[in-house]
Design a protein around this ligand. Structure first.
Ligand code: FAD
Ligand code: UDP
Length: 363
């Protein structure tokens, strides 16, 4: 029997589920409190005609053949491998740390076995590895930890690396070779015409209606539906009844530089030890756009504001579990996505979670 669904949030989680349900014959109303679709992956042309990501740089990468094939129904791709430099001691060094980073930083000439031996000497073995501090000290030791990780992490999270779960720093590999790509996934590409265009294609279905500028809290008792899919912050859904779950926010400072064709050598440059911002991204690297000027964004981490990152700490996960208990008892609501599941998901992981949730709803 066909049913009526309400989907809260037009980001990856909400849009992918909406499409799956509509393809299966159901009627779907998607609402988002923002004036646009695509959630945090939203991109648009700025006032100078440069395609920018409003909520910070979004680089698509996945090892999921199925996930890449799924999104390929809705977009063509531009191959793109992201590279990052980190400013340490006034120099732009390859990051993640690789052999070239060691050689440039310390004036060495290590080959691969010598780089491995370097890390072996430098590392402070930790067993078990619980925190992000453990992860980095255990792999590269104190000097590299202090130069590349400690202050960046303090800035990004407002916490010590010892207060964050291992998974945060474990996102960053350490390499003995000279591979300077940020990611090594099988598929690394950007939607050829941008994320928003891809989302338009996902949501372009006769059984999907999208209403923007609509807050769930204002309509939750008014909209008739058989089932709700909620992709916003889980604590907000339950009226913060157990207290607020911490989410880290950012403020984005966008800037256009007329007449500057290239501002920096790589898509992103990290500033672990200088400035209040963590990194600067220049969008033309990501999109391949040709333009006489360039547009960049600086990211300033902050505690207050739109929730962007769940904060992976034991005590936060314990609080999330209490909300998850309430969520499980809510029979006619499905909770999916980075904010609703309180997981530090990349885009591809959200697509995977959304496809799995849609399958459960359709079975
Ligand atoms: P969201 O995109 O947050 O969508 C949720 C939507 O729900 C929002 O549009 C919100 O407005 C809406 N909503 C919330 N509450 C309500 C309400 N009460 N009523 C109505 N609507 C509501 N991932 C990568 O794979 N690669 C990257 O390079 C990358 N870079 C990132 C950089 C930054 C700065 C950030 C913050 C994230 C980055 N991510 C990246 C992660 C990526 O943004 C997320 O994995 C993905 O966008 C999450 O999708 P989602 O649908 O779960 O959530
Ligand atoms: N990190 C760091 N120094 C860097 C880059 C990252 O210490 O130059 C740490 C920091 O704690 C950060 C985490 O590694 O939050 C994950 O970095 P990633 O670039 O994956 O973060 P995201 O792109 O999700 O903001």
């Amino acid at each position: 029997m066909f049913r009526e669904f309400l989907i809260v949030g037009a980001g990856f989680a909400g849009s992918v589920i909406a499409r799956e349900l509509a393809d299966a014959g159901h009627s779907v109303l998607v609402i988002d409190k923002r004036p646009h679709i695509a959630g945090n992956a939203y991109d648009k042309h700025d006032a100078h005609g440069v395609l920018v990501h409003s909520y910070g740089p979004h680089i698509f990468h996945t090892n999921g053949v199925r996930i890449f094939a799924y999104l390929s129904r809705f977009t063509e791709w531009r191959p793109y491998e992201h590279r990052v430099r980190s400013i340490v001691g006034g120099r732009a060094l390859p990051f993640p740390i690789n052999r070239d980073t060691l050689n440039q930083l310390y004036g060495l000439n290590l080959d691969e076995p010598a780089a491995a031996a370097f890390f072996e000497r430098a590392r402070e073995p930790r067993d078990p590895v619980h925190s992000s501090e453990d992860v980095v000290l255990n792999s590269v030791g104190r000097d590299l930890y202090e130069k590349f990780f400690l202050n960046y992490t303090r800035k990004q999270w407002g916490l010590e690396p010892s207060q964050l779960k291992a998974g945060v720093a474990a996102r960053i590999p350490v390499r003995t070779n000279t591979d300077d790509r940020y990611f090594t996934d099988t598929f690394q590409a950007m939607p050829l015409h941008g994320y928003t265009r891809m989302f338009e294609a996902i949501l372009d279905h006769p059984r999907i209606t999208v209403e923007l500028g609509v807050d769930f809290n204002d309509v939750r008792d008014r909209i008739e539906r058989d089932h709700t899919v909620y992709t916003g912050p889980i604590d907000a859904y339950f009226g913060y009844c157990f207290g607020r779950l911490p989410y880290r926010s950012l403020s984005f400072e966008h800037e256009h530089l007329p007449g500057v064709e290239r501002f920096q050598e790589t898509g992103t440059v990290n500033y672990p030890n200088d400035h209040a911002y963590t990194r600067i991204t220049e969008f033309k690297h990501l999109t391949g756009q040709v333009h006489s000027g360039t547009s960049i964004v600086r990211e300033y981490p902050q505690a207050e504001g739109e929730p962007y990152y769940p904060v992976p700490r034991e005590e936060n996960e314990a609080l999330f579990k209490r909300y998850e208990g309430l969520a499980k008892a809510e029979r006619d609501v499905t909770f999916v996505g980075r904010l609703a599941q309180y997981r530090y998901y990349n885009m591809d992981q959200v697509v995977g979670a959304a496809l799995a949730a849609a399958k459960r709803l359709l079975d």
